[in-house]
Design a protein around this ligand. Structure first.
Ligand SMILES: O=C[C@H](O)[C@H](O)COP(=O)(O)O
Ligand SMILES: C=C(OP(=O)(O)O)C(=O)O
Length: 371
């Protein structure tokens, strides 16, 4: 680490060099340290209202009721692969809220409001990390924008779901989340299992990127238990957290080397869960390796799931769909305008195809009731 008075040192705008180590042996690869807003400040500026509190609580309870066999509806987590624009996300949320209300006898609809993207190598890491999409990494602004959007989506009466990737960021918005996911790349991570053990919402663990379900079953066992670990309080202070354990967890089948949405894969996953002493139930992600990232294939996956549900299948507790205002994806290129309503991460199904997909799932649940 160059000393701070070293004329060759790269002084980033806003960098608080005084917080860096001044010896030569620590922080040798830290380029800058910038101030981070505390969760308490954000929560004071952007508080939850009693109406929003009720939406979050009811959303969490509805999903938990499905997990524990007290509700026969299907949980559907649907929405963009990632959020990159406030107004487009809200436009989507308004449409989804209307469809969710129409199908509420059969579906518990949770909007995918994903702010943090785990990348295979590198790439845009999401709306919190880089809200201006230009490499300026205004994380304080990203946290503020994320919280604002969640407040507005919940205000519509629509519960929100997200992937918990960063270990500190939940303090800024997890109060507004009705359902959470731990992604395929982090399901095996002890830190993420510990986090899930203390989250207030139900949590789905994706199978590993190789298709392995055992890691997700192990994650459920771990998250159900209490843990002690290091974290940050709402005041932004280092602390030791002791959790109670989360009994509202489940596995999400997202495919791996091959798809795993078919009946045989559900049987195999349930066998792994039973052996681990867990409830035999799964959510199925119609996207990712179950659709080979081809957005329209999600319709085939959902149709196959609907057929099985209509015939009496009860182990499929939920479905995930990646959907945006318009179909497909686009590359984020510096200086180039984006087309509104199209994903900048994975390709999504368009809204017009999403509505019949949701109606098909709702019909399947109704048919199952008639059996
Ligand atoms: O859902 C999103 C992606 O599949 C995941 O973040 C990996 O993305 P990448 O392979 O484009 O980096
Ligand atoms: C990153 C995601 O999924 P997975 O962890 O299954 O790749 C996602 O759902 O956005």
């Amino acid at each position: 680490m160059p000393r701070i008075d070293d004329p060759t040192h790269d002084h980033e705008a806003g960098a608080l060099d005084g917080t860096l180590d001044t010896t030569r042996i620590d922080d040798t690869r830290i380029k800058a340290v910038r101030a981070l807003i505390s969760p308490a400040v954000l929560l004071e500026e952007m508080p939850v209202t009693p109406q929003i509190e009720a939406v979050v609580e009811q959303g969490r309870a509805a999903v938990a009721n499905v997990l524990h066999g007290r509700d026969d509806r299907l949980v559907v987590v649907v929405g963009p692969c990632s959020i990159h624009d406030h107004d487009q996300a809200l436009d989507y949320a308004r449409r989804l809220q209307a469809t969710a209300a129409e199908l509420s006898d059969a579906l518990i609809v949770v909007m995918r409001v994903y702010f943090e993207k785990p990348r295979t190598t590198v790439g845009w890491k999401g709306y919190i990390n880089d809200p201006r999409l230009d490499g300026s990494f205004r994380i304080n602004e990203g946290l503020q924008r994320a919280r604002q959007l969640l407040l507005e989506i919940n205000s519509l009466g629509l519960p929100a779901g997200t992937e918990f990737l960063d270990l500190l960021s939940p303090q800024y918005f997890s109060d507004l989340i009705a359902w959470g996911a731990i992604g395929a790349r982090t399901t095996e991570s002890q830190s993420h299992r510990q986090l899930a053990s203390g989250l207030s919402c139900p949590v789905g663990f994706k199978n590993g990127t190789d298709g392995g379900v055992q890691v997700a079953a192990d994650a459920m066992v771990s998250a159900a238990s209490g843990h002690a670990f290091m974290g940050m309080t709402k005041m932004g202070v280092a602390a030791i957290f002791e959790t109670r354990g989360n009994a509202d967890c489940h596995v999400i089948l997202r495919g791996g080397k091959a798809p795993n949405f078919d009946a045989a894969s559900v049987n195999a996953a349930c066998a792994v869960l039973a052996k681990a002493g867990q409830r035999e139930q799964v959510m199925i992600d119609c996207s990712h390796a179950n659709s080979a990232k081809q957005p329209r294939k999600q319709m085939e996956v959902a149709a196959s799931i609907a057929e099985r549900i209509a015939s009496g299948e009860r182990r499929i507790l939920g479905v995930m769909v990646e959907s945006h205002l318009r179909e497909g994806r686009q590359d984020l290129k510096p200086g180039q305008p984006l087309t509104p309503g199209i994903s900048i991460t994975d390709a999504c199904l368009g809204w017009d195809d999403t509505v019949p997909l949701l109606r098909g799932l709702a019909d399947a649940v109704r048919k199952r009731r008639e059996l």
